[in-house]
Design a protein around this ligand. Structure first.
Ligand code: MIC
Ligand code: SF4
Length: 656
């Protein structure tokens, strides 16, 4: 039987298990990436594991999320990260050089290689045939030390693309269409493999917009085959020697298939406040727009900003609409500046920013109260922009720019009719991607060779082994689709404590209930209760580590998002699945007791657990975990587990 492209790459990297859907597999990781807000924990854990040198072919540390350095704590984090990259042997991308996914795509992404990153949008280079997966930081630290990365073998879904995009429809509309059809839960435990005749009509940057935002489907990854377009793109990046031809076998068998006819697509938009609230732009025409932002790892590339700049040439944006352009990389920014496009945008009224994530997580350009913001980003979770009752829409650069020109949401096809000299802009790839040559420090020529830790950088807390008895209050009951932005928000006031867990923990779930952290600290243990898809969104392991620090023992949820569930295991929190009726019956404040000898039951492979509520009624909860995950959980998390293994001589840290 033929293999899918995903299976081919996994097969090449398989160190444990078999490629059977749902079975746990261990794979070798070729490249890792990390960034400034998850990276400090990655290196602190790398150090705590006793590791002293990067073992993967390549490791890259980016400084991209908080590059304005409003507080010395951010600057200290960046200095620590530079020192860790120098000490342990990673590339270091300086603050302001751009968003990890954009800079990685330009400099390092390579077809056929595996990439693990402590950021949920790590799958971006799937657009050039790399199998890239997002994870918690501890998994990255272990992989960087040479250990395998473990996942459940996902279903591989064939997304067959036919036809070609019509004018004004873009790659963003392809992924918005996927979200419209499948929802933010639709990709959990799946890898989307794009095939079919429509693939060749899409450039590599367009493909990476699709693979980037596959994360919003909850997917493990998304990937495209490679072809002349991939080879050409790598050549323009000066890396043609890294091209490898990769195609699925003709008789490859997929777990599922869907078809998108590109020629049927039209400009789409995700309404507030979930990326799957997708409707045609024409349905929401006329909504007044206060702010327009172009940027992020989804649509902040040279190829995304160029169409916007062309649309703005010799035009002005509306005086009551602000437009901000934040390029995804300094290279893109430098090229646009050299070609004169930055000046065109500025002349039109654009506020031009440095290359950073920034506003995507509410750092800078926070929308005004009761206002509408149109962004080319990937997430519009409520409050993520920095203000609670926000109205953030997600769309393509073309739709965003049309709104800035008109001052209201408008289908760009209608605007083109109205303005008669507005044409669908399109874009050409540059002959050579050039610029920002001074912004990557290589491991061969590091700046520092010793760790530099500022006063805000603390140790990573450890948890004790799992107890036999688990009992406590249901401290918080939450609804469906709770994001890691709810659990630990990433706005500047909170983000600056990412390396200081005791302080950061004070903000745990504050966006849901600001009394939670103190109540958790005051109680002796306790549980969280949630609906479907608990922990979707960001990969931040702080969303498991902080509840652990506060003494939370476990989470009872209808279902979990993939990365967050792995993080719960990594920090020793019991993730139990419950059904909808039991979820409805549990009240916040109820007394929860897991009846069995929990430590023993977890180790022995028990799947069903009896949970007694208020000493009054019982429910059955399920633990879906591999043998390896059970051992990690019982040992109090992956750090304790790995140390224990090393101490007992049953394996070096990297063997985990
Ligand atoms: C995000 O988009 O939410 C982030 C900020 O990039 C996170 C990482 C983090 O929380 O630091 C992600 O996507 O994993
Ligand atoms: Fe940065 Fe936003 Fe991309 Fe996350 S989603 S990496 S915050 S640009």
């Amino acid at each position: 039987m033929g293999q899918t492209l995903t299976e081919k790459i996994l097969d090449d990297h398989l160190v444990e298990g078999e490629l059977e859907t749902g079975e746990e597999i261990g794979i070798e990781i070729d490249q890792v990436l990390t960034q400034d807000t998850t990276g400090t924990l990655v290196w602190l854990q790398f150090e705590a594991l006793g590791l002293d040198e990067v073992q993967t072919e390549l490791a890259a540390q980016y400084c991209d999320h908080q590059t304005y350095q409003f507080d010395f704590k951010n600057t200290d984090d960046h200095r620590f990260l530079r020192s860790a990259a120098g000490t342990f042997g990673a590339y270091f991308s300086r603050p302001g050089n751009g968003i990890c996914h954009n800079v990685h795509k330009e400099n390092f992404a390579a077809p056929g290689k595996t990439l693990l990153g402590s950021d949920s949008h790590t799958p971006t280079p799937g657009g050039l045939g790399q199998l890239a997966i997002g994870s918690g930081g501890l998994d990255v630290a272990v992989a960087m030390g040479g250990g395998a990365y473990y996942i459940e073998m996902p279903e591989v879904v064939n997304v067959r693309l036919e036809g070609e995009l019509p004018e004004w429809a873009t790659a963003k509309d392809v992924i918005l269409e996927m979200l419209r059809r499948l929802s933010v839960k639709g990709g959990v435990s799946k890898i989307f493999e794009y095939t079919g005749p429509g693939v060749e009509s899409l450039s590599v940057p367009e493909r990476t917009t699709i693979t980037n935002m596959g994360t919003e489907l909850g997917a493990t990854s998304s990937i495209f085959p490679t072809d002349e377009k991939t080879e050409d793109y790598l050549a323009r990046q000066g890396r043609e020697d890294e091209y490898v031809e990769l195609q699925p076998d003709e008789d490859a068998e997929y777990d599922d298939q869907l078809t998108i006819d590109l020629s049927d697509l039209e400009p789409l938009i995700a309404e507030p406040s979930m990326p799957d609230n997708v409707v045609p732009v024409s349905e929401v025409e006329g909504v007044d727009v206060d702010q327009v932002m172009i940027g992020s790892c989804t649509n902040g590339g040279y190829e995304d900003i160029l169409p916007a700049a062309k649309m703005l040439e010799d035009r002005s944006i509306q005086p009551d609409t602000e437009m901000i352009v934040a390029p995804g990389s300094k290279k893109a920014s430098e090229m646009l500046a050299r070609e004169g496009w930055t000046a065109e945008m500025m002349a039109a009224g654009v506020n031009y920013s440095e290359a950073t994530c920034g506003a995507c997580i509410g750092i800078g350009h926070v929308p005004g109260s009761d206002s509408v913001s149109l962004r080319t980003f990937n997430r519009n979770f409520e409050g993520r922009s920095g203000i609670e009752d926000d109205n953030v829409y997600l769309c393509s650069p073309e739709v965003a720019t049309a709104a800035a020109i008109k001052g209201e949401i408008v289908d760009p096809r209608n605007l083109a009719e109205e303005l008669d000299d507005l044409e669908a802009p399109g874009f050409e790839l540059p002959d050579q991607y050039e610029g920002a040559e001074n912004d990557i420090i290589t491991p061969d020529d590091p700046v520092d060779d010793d760790l530099v830790k500022g006063p805000n950088i603390g140790d990573v807390p450890l948890k004790d082994e799992l107890d036999a008895d688990l009992e406590g209050e249901a401290l918080l009951k939450m609804e469906d689709n709770i994001t890691t932005d709810h659990i630990i928000p990433a706005t500047q006031d909170i983000l600056m404590y990412r390396s200081n867990i005791p302080k950061l923990s004070e903000f745990t779930l504050s966006r849901v209930d600001d009394t939670f952290a103190q109540r958790a600290l005051d109680s002796d243990g306790g549980f969280l209760v949630a609906g479907e898809n608990y922990g979707q969104g960001s990969s931040r392991e702080h969303a498991a580590l902080c509840p652990m620090y506060l003494g939370i023992e476990g989470v009872l949820a209808q279902s979990f998002a993939r990365i967050h569930k792995a993080n719960l295991f990594n920090f020793g929190l019991l993730p139990l699945e419950i059904d909808e009726a039991d979820y409805e019956n549990i009240e916040q404040g109820d007394d929860i007791e897991v009846v069995d000898d929990v430590a023993e039951a977890v180790r022995s492979g028990q799947e069903e657990f009896t949970v007694r509520v208020n000493d009054d009624w019982e429910l059955t909860a399920t633990l879906d975990a591999s043998e390896r995950e059970r051992e990690i959980l019982a040992d109090g998390g992956k750090l304790s587990h790995t140390k224990k293994q090393a101490d007992s001589g049953s394996g070096a840290p990297a063997d985990d």
